[in-house]
Design a protein around this ligand. Sequence first.
Ligand SMILES: NC(=O)c1ccc[n+]([C@@H]2O[C@H](COP(=O)([O-])OP(=O)(O)OC[C@H]3O[C@@H](n4cnc5c(N)ncnc54)[C@H](O)[C@@H]3O)[C@@H](O)[C@H]2O)c1
Length: 362
Amino acid sequence: MNSLHVAIVGCGSITLQNHLPGLALCPDTRVVALCDAQPATLERARLQTGVRITSTRYEDIVRRDDVHAVIIATPNVLHPAIARAAIAHGKHVLCEKPLALQAADARAMADAADRAGVRHMTAFTYRFVPAMRYLRHLVQRGDLGQPYHYRSCRLQDWGDRDLGWRQQTRLAGTGELGDMLSHRIDFAHTLVGPIRRLVAHTKTLVPIRGGHPNDTDDWVAILAEFASGASGVLESSKLAAGRNESWRSLDSVEINGSQGSFVFTTSQWNRLQAGHAGGPGLEPLDVPREFWTWPGSPRDPGAGDPLVTFRYDQAWEFVDAIRNQRPCTPSFHDGAAAQAVMDAAVQSSQTRQWIDLSRAAG
Ligand SMILES: NC(=O)c1ccc[n+]([C@@H]2O[C@H](COP(=O)([O-])OP(=O)(O)OC[C@H]3O[C@@H](n4cnc5c(N)ncnc54)[C@H](O)[C@@H]3O)[C@@H](O)[C@H]2O)c1
């Protein structure tokens, strides 16, 4: 097949960490154009990649005939407008999470992409952790039995440092909720199905970060009821001092069902803890080798740190779906479903009410 040409809009941290190395592993795939609003950031990316076509205006990039697909990695507030422009020009789109600031915008992105017949993908990167994929397989196979409880806990130590656009509601939408809990809401959907109703609480315990106002949540908790009747408890915090950050900190999911329990932690990329009903307790369960990479991915799981490199399979999924004209996993619809839960969590936190998802605003 002819080479697939990708443009990247937003050349900050996640583009350097995930998108560029992921795309570099995809055969016959080239990054041909880069966009960043900051000339210095754009220049750094240009020097690093050797990509010749650059612009500080995404409008100039997404309309190009030599661009087939666009990756959006800007502050959250910009995702819908850039996605709409790319879709309007017939480009396939991989957009960072959270897809938008409101579910209505996220759903509009999904509908527009479907109507245009382009591939669309939400960067729920932690779906690509081998242990999470294996857990999903076990749950779908019936090893859990009837799901009773879903529990996720994400605890990091971000202290009071400056988070830039991430600490401004108008640019980020929410804080910990959209930044971290969105992934764990997506886990919940993939493992237990849709959430029917929820009550949530958020806290801003550090209102000044790096000398600048922070009006986003540092901590969030959701108590949820799934459509299946299962219960959910989801918590995420930036203020777990001493817990470290990223994959060195706690990112744990426990799921209990009629037949057993499973525990997933991102830091154990190829191992779960598992127990069966009436058994002696949790024991390690190794993830089989065939789950160490996403199906078809050319990545060598022995190359580099597997806690970093699993993320590269995301680019493979996007590229492979484009080539084979099949839906991406996870799609914009998955991103919109998580966004509806986030909207309901914000509404619940503000009104101190349970929110019924089928009746939630947006
Ligand atoms: N999937 C994941 O695991 C994961 C991890 C980190 C970040 N993210 C998401 O990725 C996105 C970017 O996060 P980041 O950490 O890379 O942020 P960042 O601040 O490091 O990078 C964002 C870049 O976008 C640029 N930008 C701002 N306005 C722009 C515009 N109008 N046009 C083009 N570029 C513009 C900025 O100059 C900056 O370089 C966010 O949506 C974030 O939630 C996802």
